[in-house]
Design a protein around this ligand. Sequence first.
Ligand code: PLP
Length: 375
Amino acid sequence: MTTLTQLPEILLMGPGPSCVYDEVYEALSRPTLGHLDPLFLEIMDEIRSQLSQVFQAGSDTLTMPLSGTGSSGMEAAFANMIEPGDTVLILVNGVFGVRMVDVAGRLGAEVDAIEFEWGTPVLSEPVQTKLKAKRYKLVGMVHAETSTGVANPVEPIARILDTLPDRPLLLLDCVTSLGGMPVKLDEWGVDIAYSGTQKCLSCPPGLAPFALSKRAVDQLMARKTKVPNWYLDVTMLVKYWEAGGGGGRVYHHTAPINMLYGLHTALRVILEEGLEAGFARHSAAHDQLVQGLEDLDLELLVDPEYRLLMLNAVKVPVGIDEAAVRRVLRQHHHIEIGAGLGPLAGKVWRIGLMGHTARAANVKRVLEALRLSLD
Ligand SMILES: *Cc1c(COP(=O)(O)O)cnc(C)c1O
């Protein structure tokens, strides 16, 4: 039997999970309350307001955390907004865009995809052309493509949608971006967004912050068919997360109480640091890492303009066994970094600087460990 009290502390510098704040570990061990306890209901209300702040959402945006990892957010986004036969356009430049196509297709949507080379960003021009030629109900894209280390420009895509007579809903995957770089749902005009607790929010995996604009909620409530996924049906979940007309809350499923304590605490830590200060910390850690990698003659996959601060895809030099290096980092230095996925498997390492992980001392440690492992 593995003795849990003897688990080593691993510095988590992969694509997630990231290092967890001490305050969050502490919060997870607080006494479990009932899911309708008045004190717990207060905590729920506070989480919704904290989420509106980190999402930079408008006051009429519905926010709540869903029970499940980031992927449950993706599932919920499509399951709630799509009915069979709906037209959907997905912008794909990595694993998570590919997944969106799969998820939307399983729900009976008529899915078109525009594909961009992995490691390069989503471009406006082909999107504009496609949107002129055909009317879509929904356009989906990934903000921070964790599989390649690309930050996709959201605003130019949103501005194209603004020019269309019947604006499609804009769906944005914010799993890796939320808390680490600006996410501005209101300003950009994002209708559906989801995230995960285990990336830049620095909680363990298990919850998916979720947001719907007023327009998305109106369309959801006007569906002709029931939401096909009972567990993630937002029309039912709001009756638990929002006090109804009589102030009552309707049980749907037992909320993961202690995980929600963790999220409440992580969001408090993030908002106390200040969003801008947190973004600046991610940016400084990224710059420090890039400089150190250059000193080691290691190259990044993505052009500087489109690099994600919190996920750095590093090209594996010719003649180096990428898996062996990761093994040495884990075994001798207690550091986890990520491998490449799909077409990038074996070709890159993925070094995460997410949330609590994005600190100078950690960057120094991974650079030193890489130097020793590559010698
Ligand atoms: C990690 C990630 C997901 C999935 O989140 P899980 O917590 O693994 O379910 C979705 N989208 C992006 C961009 C991610 O980085």
